[in-house]
Design a protein around this ligand. Structure first.
Ligand SMILES: Cc1ncc(C[n+]2csc(CCOP(=O)(O)OP(=O)(O)O)c2C)c(N)n1
Ligand SMILES: [Mg+2]
Length: 280
């Protein structure tokens, strides 16, 4: 594979997210974090690729609406690492005033709106924000949240009004532990198309995601991106240690350069965490 600047930049963002989540994993195990936590490890290539395209390539600062599994979204789009650590540890100065916790990461700096805990509500709320402001907007939802009635109705409105929204379904095939095939016999990209908007089904390979860049924020579009959740739905545990890991795959593809970068990023994250943990 030919490695270019885009691959390296995306890797750097993903490495930040992965190494951060590994520290969160440890902090939950060591009982330093005492609140419910939703780890995004395994899924970080989605937000890393999108932020690299949107922030660095298109130079757009969209409104961001995410769901509960949102650490990687926040970090990828430039959220302050220390503020997130403080938020998770419950120390003063957290990104959501140390009151939102893992599931409701909020940040004025990056235009990210904290989630209210009802899965899928970020979709109608984000659509409303875009409808009134007309600002480019990115809305993330889980594959289960996509099944909520209010999500589907709101998608129709976004299509009718041709709003500049990028809908991202982070499809880890799971609603807590229930697989998609047990829950439904339809696909989200087909639903989007039935609402007369662009809808595609792809995996979290950065090269795949990049193909759709030309449509970003020109009109409503939904990308159903298949990925894998490495850790438990909530808390620190591993369901299937053999599951495909996009991050490791990309790291191996890039080779030595990725290993060096990853080490450096890991060291930096470890130091930042150490400092904050000492405050407890
Ligand atoms: C309206 C509503 N129903 C049920 C729940 C309980 N619940 C929390 S997370 C979750 C599964 C979410 O799955 P998905 O949207 O695919 O996101 P993922 O956890 O896979 O990232 C459920 C059922 C909830 N928070 N809100
Ligand atoms: Mg899911």
């Amino acid at each position: 594979m030919k490695i270019n600047k885009f691959d390296i930049e995306t890797f750097k963002i993903a490495s930040l997210c992965r190494n951060f989540e590994i520290k969160v994993f440890e902090a939950i195990r060591n009982k330093k974090i005492k609140i419910p936590v939703y780890l995004s490890g395994g899924q970080e290539y989605i937000s890393a690729t999108l932020s690299n395209i949107i922030k660095n390539n298109l130079k757009i600062k969209p409104l961001i609406f995410a769901q509960h599994r949102c650490h990687s979204t926040y970090l990828s789009f430039g959220g302050d690492k220390i503020k997130l650590i403080k938020e998770l540890l419950g120390i003063k100065g957290g990104c959501t005033n140390s009151m939102g916790g893992s599931a409701s990461i909020h940040s004025k700096e990056i235009n990210m709106f904290g989630h209210d805990g009802h899965m899928g509500t970020q979709v109608p709320i984000g659509i409303g924000a875009c409808f009134t402001s007309k600002k480019p907007t990115i809305i993330f939802m889980g594959d289960a949240a996509a099944e909520e009635d209010y999500v589907l109705g709101a998608l129709g409105w976004a299509s009718t009004k041709k709003l500049p929204i990028l809908f991202i379904v982070e499809d880890n095939n799971l609603s807590i532990l229930t697989e998609k095939k047990i829950r439904r016999n339809w696909d989200m990209h087909d639903v989007a198309r039935s609402f007369k908007m662009k809808g595609y089904n792809l995996n979290d390979n950065p090269k795949e995601i990049f193909k759709y860049k030309k449509y970003f924020f020109k009109e409503p579009m939904l990308l159903n991106i298949n990925t894998n959740r490495l850790f438990w739905h909530s808390g620190a545990g591993i369901d299937d240690p053999k599951i495909f890991d996009r991050f490791k795959n990309e790291k191996n593809k890039i080779g030595k350069k990725a290993k060096i970068l990853d080490e450096k990023i890991k060291k930096n994250i470890d130091e930042i965490w150490k400092k904050q943990l000492e405050k407890l």
